[in-house]
Design a protein around this ligand. Structure first.
Ligand code: F6P
Length: 371
């Protein structure tokens, strides 16, 4: 492999940073990277605070073994994170005005001043795209992919996804009984801007009657037809599982707000409410919508996510040992491996419309709103 060199003897000090939205399992990765570095290799480990914000403004701390002990099961990130700080477009106030500046050279200087021999960046597509640019400018970077949405290119699965699906499934289970009691349409809106992995898996696990994902545009008429068909069969309630990025055929996503100082400025939300109103009209059935939102990202990771995060963290240290910088640990065909850091930037991993789980769901009568 090009660029591979054994550099273990040179490594003395590494840094760890978590960027972008938080995700269950971040602490498990931090713990794996830090413990292995400290105990096996005797490296010093520095925690960069609040994502790229910490690299820009020199906010970091040396981690002790006690800092990374007891964090495996804890949600969030002990280092803090930011999904707005971007070294290549950093917003600061100057003369009463907000100005956007490229501070990447400052970041490179700061990393060199910290004498970091390797930097482990744990993040989603935005964080990793920036990581790749910094690597190309000469920083010794290893990436670890994270997102509950499970839509990062280059890896078959990301930690955090299993937890999000588990939380969402439990919510759907709970909504079932209230939908049934009131003979209502219950709509549960889940995260997933571009990809419907969470809605697909939680929808199937929770027995959703209708699952709507960004990859399969729906019509309200098809959804209403499914509700009415169920009623004919004596089922007076229906459960709709919808991803926040789902859109009607020929229509647009529902934008909740725009965050000016974010690399990903559009925040979605509310498609479930919009659909609910239309369904009430088309079916004459009362509809309620629950937006699960950040509940899917918070709290303790599942056993599966703890295991995956630990494996990925341990593998990140292997890459450092082998001097394989500019790479990201990944899961391919159930194997822990690594790929070039620029792969996620090539586009999201969407749900293929012919995915076997979609076919299985259709075969048991689940509607995807496209019939
Ligand atoms: O990428 C994960 C995700 O949870 C998306 O599904 C969601 O749209 C977004 O983050 C929301 O992020 P925040 O509210 O933290 O800006």
């Amino acid at each position: 492999m090009s660029g591979v060199r054994s550099c273990m003897s040179k490594i003395k000090r590494i840094g760890i940073l978590t960027g972008g939205g938080d995700c269950p399992g971040l602490n498990a990765v931090i713990r794996a990277v830090a413990k292995r570095s400290m105990f096996e290799h005797r490296w010093e480990v520095y925690g960069i605070e609040d994502g790229y914000e910490g690299l820009i403004n020199n906010h970091y701390r040396k981690l002790k073994a006690s800092d990374v002990s007891g964090i495996l099961t804890i949600g969030g990130t002990i280092l803090g994170t930011s999904n707005t700080a971007d070294p290549y477009g950093y917003l600061t106030k100057s003369g009463g005005k907000i100005v956007c500046r490229d501070v990447s050279r400052r970041v490179i200087r700061n990393v060199r001043a910290m004498k970091l021999d390797a930097l482990v960046l744990i993040g989603g597509d935005g964080t990793l795209a920036t990581a790749d640019r910094l690597y190309r400018s000469g920083l010794p970077i290893i990436g670890v992919p994270k997102t509950i949405d499970n839509d990062l290119g280059g890896t078959d699965v990301t930690f955090g996804f299993d937890t999000a699906v588990t939380v969402a499934t439990e919510a759907i289970d709970r909504l079932h009984s209230t939908a049934q009691s009131h003979h209502r349409i219950m709509i549960v809106e889940l995260m997933g801007r571009r990809a419907g992995w969470i809605a697909l898996y939680a929808g199937v696990a929770g027995g959703g009657d209708i699952i709507l994902i960004p990859e399969i545009p729906y019509t309200a008429e098809a959804v209403a037809a499914k509700v009415l068909a169920r009623r004919k069969l004596g089922k007076r309630f229906s459960l709709v599982v919808i991803a926040e990025g789902a859109k009607p055929k020929g229509g647009e996503v529902v934008v909740k707000k725009r965050v000016a100082n974010s690399p990903e400025p559009i925040r979605l939300g509310g498609v479930g409410f919009v659909l609910g109103e239309v369904l009430e009209r088309l079916t004459g059935t009362e509809a309620r919508c629950v937006v699960l939102g950040h509940l899917q990202r918070g709290g303790s990771p599942t056993a599966g996510d703890r295991v995956l995060a630990t494996q990925l963290g341990a593998e990140a240290v292997n890459l450092i040992v082998r001097g394989e910088f500019g790479r990201m640990v990944a899961v391919r065909c159930r194997e822990i491996t690594s790929i070039a850091l620029d792969v996620p930037a090539q586009g999201p991993r969407l749900v293929p419309p012919d995915h076997p789980l979609i076919a299985a769901a259709r075969s048991v009568g689940t509607s995807f709103g496209d019939e």
